[in-house]
Design a protein around this ligand. Structure first.
Ligand SMILES: Cc1cc2nc3c(=O)[nH]c(=O)nc-3n(C[C@H](O)[C@H](O)[C@H](O)COP(=O)(O)OP(=O)(O)OC[C@H]3O[C@@H](n4cnc5c(N)ncnc54)[C@H](O)[C@@H]3O)c2cc1C
Length: 465
């Protein structure tokens, strides 16, 4: 039976932490801890203390102690999560594993790498490329988030259409469990069917099952070349038809992103844009592969898009020409603030055949509630970012924004979709998990949580837990 968690940190607890984490390894001043209590969800809470382990041994000792004391622990890396997963909203000690940041091995023979959780994703990718190897997962936050955070949230990215998400590149996870036991799930082989797939269970578990200390990641050969095409359309339907045409032509793009009229309007307020004023949607597609295959793919891609009558079609060959086109895409999220000071950033996903219905429905929800709703994102995966833009200081706008969010979730679920395609449930979507998961599914998940963390000390109150 679960016993109540410790309600606060006592002087005895503090003495233990001071011994285990000497010097800068322990942070207790509120003004220094504040930054460890927030993430990109714009939620925050003050931790009871922050510990910064340098070794796995320290984490083992911490988890033995925490289990005995029923001390809540909230694992944390760069705090770029969008759902409050690293926010100690229900109290506890924040465990920052950012100092575990070594790349232990990049092996071209095994096509795998071993890393500690605190390695920044883009820095790791740059290292793999030096050996002509490729780690595809590319969340838009790749320059500021870590591999540990990406694995813990199962981060997606733009290249998911062709290459899949973080889950598809995790071969093994080493994690310390409550009580201090180490679980070394998976390993360096690209196939492994002995027993249940504990590795996959850790991926996307948002710090609720164990604290990662090492990850084994799968690598691919680095594609020789790449190209990007931007196409603007005078109607949403034409853009979405253009996207369908690409798949119909037998092309599997590396990335297929889209931005609706509201998103395009936001960007146009902060940057000179290449599309005409009457643009209702923009598609951005990337292809990669050998130089010879790519030349042919580009021609077929342009032909497929042209059939949907774009008002503008631009092409970038190779990273230098492609970069300005992708820079436009990266501006969408910040540009949303041109339309209002606050936003609810949802990341629903629908079956790929339902994207037109979904986007039209989300836009209608915005119009019905007199609220800006900008849709953009990973069209190729059916993963639509729905930004509901409002002013939180205005009660009417706040109420309408919440109504929009709930209507967006309802429509998504009615189309057979999910309320989160990549950001996870954390605290922001926790109240809606039961809208999607049945009682049976939630009971199974609670049972799994109980096996890993019988006292419920790891990241309490997050998502399905
Ligand atoms: C501008 C921007 C763009 C983004 N774009 C994308 C995108 O394209 N795709 C996408 O999926 N996400 C995106 N995100 C969300 C975010 O970057 C990802 O969720 C990322 O994986 C979080 O990594 P982090 O290092 O910041 O982890 P944190 O936010 O610190 O933590 C994330 C989760 O991991 C847990 N955790 C931390 N350390 C450990 C550990 N050692 N062991 C076990 N669990 C641990 C935490 O408790 C938390 O639940 C974006 C965020 C921003 C700000």
């Amino acid at each position: 039976m679960t016993t109540a968690l410790a309600p606060a940190l006592t002087p005895t607890h503090l003495r233990f932490l001071e011994q285990l984490f000497p010097g800068e390894g322990l942070v207790t001043k509120p003004e220094e801890m504040a930054v460890f209590g927030a993430d990109s969800s714009r939620r925050s809470a003050l931790p009871w203390a922050v510990v910064r382990p340098r070794t796995e041994d320290q984490i083992v000792e911490l988890l033995k102690w925490a289990e005995a004391e029923r001390m809540p622990l909230v694992p944390r890396l760069r705090g770029t999560g969008m759902s409050g997963g690293a926010v100690p909203a229900f109290g506890g000690v924040v465990v920052s594993t950012l100092w575990l940041n070594r790349v232990l091995d990049i092996n071209a023979g095994d096509f795998c790498a071993e890393v500690e959780p605190g390695v920044v994703t883009a820095e790791f990718q740059a290292l793999t490329q030096k050996q002509k190897l490729f780690y595809p997962p590319d969340p838009a936050s790749l320059k500021i988030s870590t591999l540990g955070g990406n694995v813990s949230t199962c981060a997606g990215g733009m290249r998911a259409v062709k290459y899949g998400v973080t889950r598809d590149y995790v071969l093994g996870v080493r994690a310390v469990l409550p009580g201090g036991k180490i679980c070394d799930a998976g390993g360096r082989t690209h196939k492994n069917v002995v027993g249940l797939d504990l590795t996959r269970l850790f991926v996307g578990s948002c710090g609720t099952l164990g604290i990662f200390t090492k990850l084994t990641l799968k690598l691919l050969p680095l594609p020789e070349s790449s190209a990007t095409v931007l196409a603007a359309f005078p109607s949403l339907v034409a853009a979405l038809e253009g996207a369908k045409g690409v798949f119909r032509a037998g092309i599997l793009p590396t990335a297929m992103e889209f931005m609706d009229a509201t998103a395009c309007r936001g960007i146009a307020q902060i940057k000179d844009v290449p599309w005409p004023d009457n643009t209702q949607a923009v598609l951005l597609l990337k292809v990669d592969g050998s130089a010879s295959a790519l030349a042919e793919d580009i021609i077929r891609l342009e032909q497929a898009l042209s059939r949907a009558n774009p008002s503008c079609l631009l092409k970038g060959l190779g990273p230098k020409e492609e970069e300005p086109l992708w820079e436009i895409r990266r501006l969408v999220s910040p540009a949303a603030f041109q339309l209002g000071p606050d936003k609810l950033g949802e990341d629903v996903a629908v079956p790929r055949g339902k994207t037109v219905e979904a986007v039209e429905g989300f836009q209608a929800i915005g119009a019905e509630n007199n609220t800006h709703v900008a849709c953009y994102g990973h069209l190729g995966d059916g993963n639509i970012h729905v930004n509901i833009i409002y002013d939180a200081a205005d009660e009417g706008q706040r109420t309408r924004a919440k109504a929009c969010k709930e209507a967006v979730f309802r429509l998504t679920l009615s189309l057979g979709g999910t309320i989160s395609g990549e950001h996870g449930t954390g605290i922001t979507k926790a109240p809606y998990v039961s809208w999607q998961l049945s009682e049976t599914e939630r009971e199974l998940m609670a049972g799994i949580k109980q096996v890993f963390d019988p006292s419920g000390i790891l990241n309490p109150g997050k998502g399905w837990v």
